[in-house]
Design a protein around this ligand. Structure first.
Ligand code: GLY
Length: 381
């Protein structure tokens, strides 16, 4: 496909994304979904943990940032409305996800929008800083990590996507304590959850009294020693962002090791199985993809293409990211061929063991797919 055809395809998909988000907020005003059930956002299945609320307004900010918004005033007022309703979450001590909500999704993007308008509102930035300070309260001195929402002894790979909000707060407040916490968390994750082949473990368990690292475990992956593809994608994107914020070469090396694993182990179309070590058959089969892992990895790879010092590797990351986007931009992943399906991207997985959001649309998959589309557009322009 020529570059201009690919660009038009991406613009068409961004239009479809806006149609689906508009349909969601018009059918269910004020509702922040996590995952669909048989293609429908509204259902009574459990959340497990409340970490996704920033992604719905986040998509609206992305439509505006990429200048693809079909109704800029509509998206701006909804982006502000759906973001403002989350401000109280900056004090949330129950989740490790404040970076998803405030750094990736809402207030950091809102602040950037006021800078683009040349009417900076720095109070919006204060909300992001507070979220970073609150997230840092999860730090366990024994063990040197930010604890997951599960328990004090637990470290999750997912937190790599959230630690940037602490670096951000550290820089804006010139607080060396915050900088130390964020750096130590990254180094502990790298030492305990990142394996020699570039794969990742989902969770690490620590001894609370001594801080000793005890073992790798999982909640959403196939086995304790397997590589859950979304965890890998979180770490790839997360370490890349931490490098961008700190210029610490250890973080770039780690992100590149993940990229290498992703490129070597993912099918040529770019969408990984839900777990790279899943069995061939049965309910947990490796034939189940996770489109959300692909969307996250695509953004992580676009970012790495700008960060990598080696030009050949940088081009390989960019090409791989474009390939993922092109695969996701059509059925069976893109839900454009089913008017009854309410999501944008099919074939995501939330929690396969609990039977939550399996082969469905998932809100973070929607968000990172939209982010990947906007990055692809920038590369092709
Ligand atoms: N809890 C984050 C995830 O499901 O990836």
């Amino acid at each position: 496909m020529s570059q201009s055809n690919t660009k038009q395809q991406i613009l068409d998909v961004l239009k479809f994304a806006q149609d689906q988000v508009r349909r969601l907020i018009q059918n269910h005003p004020g509702f922040y979904p996590l995952y669909t059930d048989q293609g429908k956002w509204k259902h009574d299945k459990p959340a497990w943990t409340r970490w996704c609320d920033g992604f719905l307004p986040g998509m609206m900010w992305l439509f505006l940032e990429s200048a693809t918004a079909d109704e800029p005033d509509f998206w701006r007022s909804n982006a502000e409305h759906y973001s403002a309703a989350l401000e109280h979450r900056k004090e949330d001590r129950d989740v490790h996800d404040l970076g998803f909500i405030f750094y990736h999704g809402t207030y950091k993007r809102w602040h950037a929008a006021t800078l683009r308008d040349r009417r900076p509102d720095h109070k919006l930035q204060d909300v992001v800083v507070r979220a970073g300070q609150v997230l840092a309260m999860r730090f366990k001195n024994n063990g040197q990590y930010l604890r997951s929402f599960i328990s004090d002894e637990s470290l999750f790979i997912d937190i790599m996507m959230n630690v940037p909000v602490i670096f951000y707060a550290a820089k804006l407040t010139a607080d060396p304590g915050l900088m130390r916490i964020a750096t130590q968390h990254c180094l502990t994750t790298r030492r305990t959850l990142v394996r020699g082949d570039g794969s990742t473990s989902h969770e690490g368990i620590f001894h609370l009294q001594t801080g000793q690292f005890l073992r790798q475990t999982t909640h959403q992956g196939y086995r304790d020693d397997s590589c859950w593809s979304r965890g890998l994608a979180w770490s790839l994107y997360g370490f890349g962002t931490c490098y961008e914020l700190t210029a610490d070469p250890r973080f770039l090396n780690t992100a590149e090791a993940h990229a290498q694993f992703y490129l070597e182990h993912t099918p040529a179309h770019g969408v990984p199985p839900w777990d790279y070590d899943a069995p061939q058959d049965g309910r947990l089969s490796i034939t189940q993809p996770d489109s959300s892992a692909a969307a996250i990895a695509a953004v992580g790879l676009f970012n790495l293409a700008n960060l990598a010092t080696d030009r050949v590797r940088a081009l390989a990351y960019r090409d791989a990211a474009l390939r993922i986007v092109q695969t996701l931009a059509q059925p069976p992943y893109l839900a454009i061929d089913d008017p009854n399906w309410e999501g944008i991207l099919r074939r995501g997985v939330y929690h396969i063991h609990k039977g939550l959001g399996v082969d469905e649309s998932v809100m973070w998959g929607e968000f990172f797919f939209v982010e990947a589309l906007t990055k692809a557009l920038a590369v092709l322009s």
